[in-house]
Design a protein around this ligand. Structure first.
Ligand code: PBE
Length: 575
């Protein structure tokens, strides 16, 4: 059959593109609103030393769920603080509380509406099914375009992912109210709203609370995903640990998430029937808590407004002192962090995320002619697509010109000598690599772009395969990180090996796993070691267990990059 592919992806692309432009004012309003709310929550939670909040939470858990659990909460929070995850935990808690708040304010009314109108329920139910089954990762993509990277797209994605149970359970709770009670209410002539607030909602509360509890747990389960687009907190700690293969840190951050989950779960589950209700009335406790929160928030907002912002027009204020980074494990991220110390940029933060999110953010800033600073490297198509410049790096923190090395596992030379020879002889230059990257950027499939380049450059390829015996379908597993450069190089070398009789697979991984995979022999090779400085730490960690075949490309560079219209020239100017 010859039915052409339905361009569903393209339609979605143009729809999202249209929405991004048309509603950009609305999105930036929403972004500042959510950021503002989040900052207030974070400020309130972190007022005073950690021990204050630890005690309050401990008491609250005791009150709702008896003293043994209160003691558990106290100890686990003290442990989180001791391990050094307190600030991350506050951020995570704030993200979850805000998503929870949004879920309640939007989910409960929708749930009520569903319960009252069959048509609404018929429309909303399939939408909820769709929202819950679509992998939550997918929401991150348009979220970045609408809200930029950072915490807001993470909150929005968590909210979309988490709202369904609140809506469903509110609907269910109200529908389950026994018919005779409704009839009785009708018989006494109650209005619709009286019926809702005096009969249906009170009776439905346990079910609604169960929905909210589930929503909050789902929001918490999104924190790691949200960190891919730059949301800070425990999720980012876990993501960083994965991308650097830091088992200990991963466990500590993961354990902190578990503790927070248990505490939130118990508080929300028992909110309606606290264990010590008999000793102290629920109303009193929650009123005290509410007054405490509101007063602190007001005082903090008031205090904040009075602090002078001397340098409101400087580049720092304009960019919110943020440098947009990429995957937390990338070498350039370590260099960027070092640059903060080397240049004394104490106020600045490096936002972790991904290369794709960084480019999306850069494009958005350029479309709006806003200042932005990103971690950048060449070769990269962004220098062709946009007018960019490197900031001077007088302290040489980013290490100057570098090369990319090919690294293979021990034993490959014996197991697949032909492939080994090809890896060893693989070498090309920046314009070759750029030719592939340009095609990929224009939308060609990387494998196809690689085949095209290989077909067009038989002489170069002949040098690499010179003297290499062909394979007999031996498997060769290449690992790479989804940077544009390595997408190009890995696909090209993969194509050449395939054409020489090897059964090649490419696996996309994070930086740490890429090195570790070659070192422990679960992968055969990588062509992506940026040396001498970018990946030095990984190189040193694994150098006993790998075979370094030397450079395949010379003349790469890392640094901080800004659009040309940004009026600074050196990292020194960020001070
Ligand atoms: N990069 C591109 C990588 C190496 C390739 C500069 C983003 C890094 O920083 O690890």
């Amino acid at each position: 059959m010859n039915i052409p592919k339905i361009p569903l992806g393209e339609w979605i692309d143009s729809l999202v593109g249209w929405v991004t432009v048309t509603f950009s004012a609305f999105f930036s309003f929403l972004t500042s609103l959510i950021e503002g709310l989040l900052n207030i929550i974070i400020d309130v939670l972190s007022v005073g030393p950690p021990i204050v909040l630890i005690c309050i939470l401990g008491l609250l858990v005791t009150y709702t769920s008896r003293w043994p659990l209160g003691i558990f909460a106290l100890i686990s929070l003290l442990l989180i603080d001791n391990l050094g995850y307190w600030d991350s935990s506050i951020q995570t808690l704030a993200i979850v509380l805000l998503s929870g708040l949004l879920t309640i304010t939007i989910g409960i009314p929708i749930g009520i509406w569903c319960a009252q109108r069959k048509t609404v329920q018929n429309i909303v139910t399939p939408i909820l099914d769709f929202m819950q089954t679509m992998p939550a990762f997918v929401y991150l993509i348009p979220s970045i375009l609408f809200f930029g990277i950072g915490i807001v797209p993470g909150i929005i994605a968590s909210f979309i992912f988490a709202i369904a149970p609140t809506i469903r359970m509110t609907n269910l709770g109200i529908q389950e109210v026994p018919e005779d009670l409704i009839e009785a209410a009708d018989a006494f002539g109650s209005s619709n709203s009286q019926k809702l607030f005096k009969v249906q909602l009170p009776l439905a509360t346990p079910t609604i609370m169960a929905g909210i509890n589930q929503s909050i747990m789902l929001a918490l389960s999104m924190v790691v995903t949200a960190s891919l687009v730059g949301a800070p907190g425990l999720g980012a700690d876990v993501y960083r640990a994965v991308s650097q293969i830091n088992v200990g840190q991963g466990f500590e951050a993961g354990l902190s998430i578990v503790f927070i989950a248990i505490i939130l779960d118990r508080i929300t589950q028992n909110l309606r029937k606290p264990a010590y209700e008999g000793i102290l009335k629920r109303k009193i406790v929650f009123s005290i808590l509410a007054v405490l929160v509101v007063v602190t928030a007001i005082v903090l907002v008031f205090l904040k407004d009075n602090t002078g912002n001397e340098n409101a027009n400087g580049i720092g204020a304009q960019t919110d002192y943020k440098i947009i980074g990429i995957e937390p494990g990338a070498g350039i991220m370590a260099q960027a962090k070092n640059s903060l110390t080397d240049y004394g940029l104490d106020d600045w933060k490096i936002v972790e995320g991904s290369s794709a999110a960084m480019v999306a953010e850069l494009k958005k800033a350029i479309d709006n002619q806003k200042p932005i600073i990103v971690t950048g490297w060449s070769p990269h198509w962004m220098f062709q697509a946009f007018d960019l410049k490197y900031l001077d790096d007088p302290n040489n923190t980013f290490g100057g010109a570098e090369h990319i090395n090919t690294i293979v596992r021990k034993g490959l030379e014996q197991d697949a000598p032909g492939a080994y020879t090809i890896f060893d002889q693989f070498s090309w230059n920046i314009s070759d690599m750029e030719a592939v990257m340009v095609e990929v950027h224009k939308g060609m499939d990387p494998a196809e772009a690689a085949e095209k380049w290989v077909a067009a450059n038989p002489d170069k390829v002949a040098e690499w395969t010179n003297g290499a015996q062909s394979g007999n379908g031996e498997p060769i597993k290449l690992v790479y990180v989804a940077w544009d450069t390595e997408l190009a190089s890995t696909n090209v070398i993969g194509t050449v090996l395939r054409q020489n009789g090897y059964d090649v697979t490419l696996s996309q991984v994070e930086v740490g796993p890429m090195f570790a995979g070659v070192a422990n022999g679960s992968a055969d090779a990588m062509v992506a070691a940026w040396l001498p400085s970018t990946h030095l730490e990984y190189y040193n960690t694994y150098k006993k267990d790998i075979v370094d075949l030397g450079p395949n490309l010379q003349g790469t560079k890392n640094g901080l990059v800004v659009p040309k219209y940004v009026e600074i020239d050196s990292i020194d100017d960020l001070k």
